[in-house]
Design a protein around this ligand. Structure first.
Ligand SMILES: [Zn+2]
Ligand SMILES: [Zn+2]
Length: 167
């Protein structure tokens, strides 16, 4: 599927050949988050008592301590808050710096994205033009490959995917 044919404005766009990072460690309480990513959506918890949409994922609301929540699909678009370029793996310094498989993924950008829903999410940022290293740059959620095939979410700049695809 071409990136121009993204199903809808909530879709995470699958990217292949962009380097395989580590799969997530999935605790049963946050399995719905990763199941949602596998289904092409980003979902977060919204408190059923006070309505707070929250991250990090947690068994209780950080605002009112309620344990009652629903999973809610969020818009996968946002703006870069901060971005860091990992240019290369240090040489001759075993176990200092990047662990496998990340050496093979360099150079890559990682950072934090202010999602349009108001939540800040961490993640890798795929960009071939370096503009995504500038705070405020628009990016969109994507699905990245991992070493064991589990899909993870990340972000991509408009030089890689259509960020503000029509609804
Ligand atoms: Zn609450
Ligand atoms: Zn770019």
């Amino acid at each position: 599927m071409s990136t121009k044919e993204a199903a809808d404005h909530l879709a995470l766009i699958p990217l292949k050949g962009r380097g395989r990072g580590l799969p997530p460690l999935v605790h049963p309480e946050i399995a719905p988050f990763w199941n949602s990513v596998a289904a092409g959506r980003l979902s977060l918890q919204r408190c059923k008592a006070c309505g707070t949409l929250r991250f990090p994922l947690a068994p209780r609301c950080h605002t009112c301590l309620s344990a009652s929540y629903d999973w809610e699909v969020i818009d996968p678009r946002g703006s870069v808050n901060v971005a860091v370029l990992n240019p290369s793996a240090p040489e001759g310094m075993p176990r200092i710096g990047l662990e496998p498989p990340w050496q093979d993924v360099t150079p890559y950008i990682t950072g934090a994205v202010d999602m349009d829903c108001g939540i800040r999410l961490p993640g890798r940022i795929i960009c071939d033009c370096n503009q995504a290293r500038i705070p405020g740059t628009r990016v969109r959620g994507v699905i990245l490959e991992t070493t064991d095939g589990t899909p993870v979410y990340g972000f991509a700049h408009t030089c890689v995917v259509e960020v503000d695809a029509p609804a």
